[in-house]
Design a protein around this ligand. Structure first.
Ligand SMILES: [Ca+2]
Ligand SMILES: [Ca+2]
Ligand SMILES: [Ca+2]
Length: 185
C-alpha cells in the first residue's frame, strides 16, 4: 500500500470524524446525519430525516462496523486503513460494498433529480455532507469534470469514488474530496 493511499484515507477519516477525536464511531455518523438532514431542510421525525439517518446507519453497518477488528465500537485510524486495504482496495469487486452508499449520497446531491450533478449541486452536497469548504469542493468538481461539461453523471461520480477508494494511484477520482495533503505516520 503506497503512502498516497494512506493520505487519501486519512483525508476521508478526517472528514468523517465529526466530533474531531481522531477515531470513528457511530456517534460521528449520527451527528453527521443530523447536520446533513437539517441542511437539506429535513426536520427530525420527517421521512427525509429518517431516510438520511438510514443512509448513515447503512454506511456504518455495511462498510465500517466490520472494520472494527478489536470490537470496541471505535475505529482507530489504523483500523480504517488496514481494513480499507483488505476489503475495498485489494478485492476486484471491492467497490460493490461502497456503491449503494455512494448512490444514496448521489441521490441527495442531485437535488433536482435530473440524473446529473451540476457544479452547484456538487459543491452544495460536498459542503453539507462532508463539511468540505466550498473552494475545495469546487476544485474537486473541476478535477472530475474532465470534459468540461459543467456537470457529472452519476456513473462519473461512481468511477471517481471507485478511483478514490479502490486504487492506490493518482487515477481519476483522486481529487474527489479536495486536495490531499501528505501526512507523517
Ligand atoms: Ca470521532
Ligand atoms: Ca476498534
Ligand atoms: Ca441535478
Amino acid at each position: 500500500m503506497n503512502p498516497f493511499y494512506v493520505d487519501k484515507m486519512h483525508k476521508m477519516v478526517t472528514l468523517l470524524d465529526e466530533n474531531g477525536d481522531g477515531a470513528l464511531t457511530i456517534d460521528d455518523f449520527y451527528e453527521a446525519a443530523d447536520r446533513v438532514a437539517v441542511s437539506f431542510g429535513h426536520l427530525p421525525g420527517s421521512p427525509g430525516y429518517t431516510a438520511i439517518r438510514d443512509v448513515y446507519t447503512r454506511m456504518w453497518d455495511e462498510v465500517y462496523a466490520g472494520l472494527d477488528t478489536d470490537d470496541d465500537q471505535v475505529l482507530s485510524f489504523d483500523e480504517v486503513i488496514a481494513a480499507h486495504r483488505d476489503t475495498i482496495l485489494s478485492p476486484a469487486d471491492g467497490y460493490e460494498k461502497f456503491r449503494p452508499v455512494a448512490q444514496a449520497f448521489l441521490t441527495l446531491a442531485d437535488s433536482d433529480g435530473d440524473g446529473i450533478v451540476s457544479r452547484k449541486e456538487f459543491i452544495q452536497a460536498m459542503n453539507q455532507a462532508f463539511r468540505l469548504p466550498e473552494e475545495d469542493a469546487g476544485r474537486a468538481f473541476d478535477s472530475l469534470d474532465s470534459d468540461g461539461a459543467g456537470c457529472l453523471t452519476h456513473e462519473q461520480i461512481h468511477q471517481a469514488a471507485k478511483g478514490f477508494f479502490c486504487t492506490d494511484t493518482k487515477s481519476y477520482g483522486a481529487g474527489l474530496f479536495g486536495p490531499i495533503a501528505p501526512i507523517r505516520m
